[in-house]
Design a protein around this ligand. Structure first.
Ligand code: S3P
Length: 175
């Protein structure tokens, strides 16, 4: 069975949607940030604090290549995974890459009370989100399909992805 790979900015729903998709399609859910945290036995915040972003990206790339032979996965990636073109190539080979996106104000609202994303902990969060989104847009748009999650709930987004996969040539069978 093919894999489903969710990419997109922080707060666009990759993890919650991925978990729900895996349940509905009877696939295995994998969250790359959790794999990194398990491997190093440290939180993402701690990894950035102690070793810096560059090191985090190296570990992230290692994890991406580790899953590259697996099947039947729904993969929720970290928001910055697409910054490395090697990750994009590996993940696109792995399966269907879906970009979840949302308006900056929605991302701000969804991340308002969270403190586990080191890249959002510096300066004015709204400005930071807008800046990073602008910088990253061309990386995210390499995905096979894009879904605006701004006004949708988890079930709606999962449903849209399932319909997209059924309509594209190699869609999964449901129920
Ligand atoms: C990051 C996003 C985070 C996590 C790390 C870096 C990013 O994952 O990988 O904090 O660069 O956008 P989420 O997108 O799951 O929050």
């Amino acid at each position: 069975m093919m894999n489903i790979v969710l990419v997109g900015f922080m707060g666009t729903g990759k993890t919650v949607v991925g978990r729900r998709l895996a349940e509905r399609l009877n696939m295995i859910f994998v969250d790359l940030d959790s794999l990194i945290e398990e491997k190093l036995k440290l939180s993402v915040n701690e990894i950035f604090e102690r070793f810096g972003e560059r090191f985090f990206r190296e570990v992230e790339r290692g994890i991406v290549s580790q899953i590259s032979n697996r099947r039947g996965l729904v993969v929720a990636t970290g928001g910055g995974v697409v910054l490395d073109s090697r990750n994009v190539a590996t993940l696109k080979k792995l399966g269907c890459m879906i970009h979840l996106f949302a308006r900056p104000d929605v991302i701000l609202e969804r991340t308002r009370d969270t403190h586990h994303r080191p890249l959002l902990e510096t300066g004015d969060r709204k400005i930071r989100i807008e800046h990073l989104l602008n910088e990253r847009r061309p990386f995210y748009t390499q995905a096979h399909c894009e879904i605006d999650t701004s006004d949708l709930d988890v079930e709606d987004v999962a449903g849209k992805i399932i319909r997209y996969l059924q309509e594209s040539c190699h869609g999964p069978r449901t129920g």
